[in-house]
Design a protein. Sequence first.
Length: 319
Amino acid sequence: MNPLVLIHGALGCGAQLEALKSELAALTDREIWIYNCPGHGKDSSNIPENGFEMGELAINFGKFLRKNNLLGADIFGYSMGGYIALLAVRNHPERIRHILTLGTKFHWTAESAKAEVSQIIPEKIREKVPKFATYLESLHGGNWENVLRATAKLMHKLGDNPLLDDYTANFIQHPVVLARGSRDVMVSAEETQTMATSLTDATYEEIEGWPHPIQLLPTEELAAYILKKLAHYVCIHGYTGNGFLHHRPLHSYGSFGCLLLECDCATWEVKTENSKIRQRLLQSDYYFWNCLCLACSHIRHLPQFGERIGLSRARWLLL
């Protein structure tokens, strides 16, 4: 099974995602990792003198993937975590399979960076939003103010030199889902849609009612959404009317699981105790033509284009 890696956002840390990891673990047998960026959380005493730098954070994430020998990992990157994942996949294409970002800001200019920095001044937060200051201290301990100052430097650097733009996005070939909550006041729909257009294989999704701060999101719903978008999938291969090879992950068709044709190499079955999910899977039916078995890479050709695959010829696998 492909491992699942969670990356926190700016001002956050790995501990912030523990509840989400527990919720995911209750829904899947997949290996789940939490990546804590250097200088955050328990590591907040090791903040670089020049502040954080997005490129360096991506390099360190790549080292984490190599150190733990993670291959074909699915990445959920919240806010800054999504930016890190998209930067890292260019240098580690074999270690990352899918990327799901949530609330990631892509439009960085000197002006937008200045506006964002004005929101994370420690003295202002301590005075005007003491509860948030207490929350940040619970994440980073006594170094929370230094984390904010180091993050401010990161934002200024991104404003002067954005690392993701139309040109660099073209080099990212992996399937990506860029999600945004409809109540997110930090990230605009326009900037997220623009990045989705720039990427080779990306979709934009807006989730009704979700704000930007991850601590305000419903953990159960977030976990279900992550598994839906980062499900184990089959590549659906065939030739479109214009002669180009078409391939899409199964989740693009709205599935919560994975449909595989029966293959000599393995036996697949529905793996879920959730009766509602099981019922949904058993009632689902889709049109495919050439399906690739991920276990042995053998392509099963259906005798007729668009033939409906019944449950007698296919098996669902929910991870």
